[in-house]
Ligand binder design. Structure first.
Ligand SMILES: Nc1nc2c(c(=O)[nH]1)N[C@H]1C(S)=C(S)[C@@H](COP(=O)(O)O)O[C@H]1N2
Ligand SMILES: [Mo]
Length: 239
């Protein structure tokens, strides 16, 4: 089943079990509404979120064995921005990741800084909404670690992230951001993360569709409001 049809199936199942508007009320009662459900994204997203949180909860994405690794796809062109090319020509020594917003200790990391933090590797499935997918090993520092270094206030609800590619930004809720499998990734299949797959740095969100794993990230911002959404797809892309 592709990510999208599976998602529709999940939503359909939940809606059938509880019935449209009633489902939304039930979801609210049981704490299953997304952090901002009242807004512009409507019952569709609310139901996707609720169905996922019921069926998947906070459970991890499946992890695979090395023998199941398949050839990575590359979706999209590498950045055309001159700033990117300049950074690349210098081996990304000057690449910086800024961590800011509602945190008590905003910080800026180089790749070396990030690599000095506790690393985690995991072999997971990347599924694009277009229907293709692959399994590979990602290495990086858990986003949760960087966020806890930065100091999260209790009112923090979303984490937004920005690519050096201007039109690629996205966000996840705090539950996803603190999930131990959500990585700031700099490695793929035992080597450096290739530029085609988001090198030198991308977010890897293995419990959601591929488009949430934004490549070439330069900034992570903690907020208490749903950020303006840049993409064409649902903000919640649980699979
Ligand atoms: N900056 C940036 N991030 C991006 C994209 C992109 O084109 N630019 N494509 C997204 C989509 S739709 C998918 S499916 C995955 C694909 O990752 P891959 O090219 O490493 O397979 O990256 C996501 N992140
Ligand atoms: Mo995608």
């Amino acid at each position: 089943m592709s990510g999208i049809s599976r998602r529709n199936w999940l939503v359909g199942g939940f809606a059938a079990a509880a019935g449209g508007a009633v489902a939304v009320k039930m979801a609210a009662r049981y704490g299953l509404l997304p952090p901002d459900a009242s807004g512009i994204y409507g019952p569709g997203t609310a139901l996707t979120y609720a169905a996922n949180r019921i069926l998947v909860g906070n459970s991890p994405a499946r992890e695979f064995s090395r023998s199941q690794i398949s050839k990575p796809f590359v979706n999209g062109d590498p950045p055309k921005e001159a700033t990117f090319q300049k950074l690349q020509s210098n081996g990304f020594l000057d690449w910086r990741l800024q961590v800011d917003g509602m945190v008590s200790r905003p910080a800026t990391y180089s790749l070396a800084d990030l690599k000095a933090l506790p690393a985690r590797s995991q072999i997971t499935h990347l599924a694009c909404e277009e229907g293709w997918s692959y399994i590979s090993e990602w290495t990086g520092v858990p986003l949760a670690h960087v966020l806890s270094n930065a100091g999260l206030p209790p009112q923090a609800r979303y984490v937004a992230y920005q690519s050096i590619q201007k039109d690629w930004s996205d966000f996840i809720d705090i539950a996803e951001a603190l999930h131990p499998q959500t990585l700031i990734a700099y490695g793929l299949n035992g080597g450096d993360l290739p530029v085609g797959n988001g090198g030198p740095l991308r977010l890897r969100v293995p419990r959601q569709l591929g488009y949430k794993s934004v490549k070439y990230i330069t900034r992570i911002t903690v907020t208490d409001r749903m950020p303006k959404f840049a993409g064409d797809y649902s903000w919640y892309a649980g699979i």
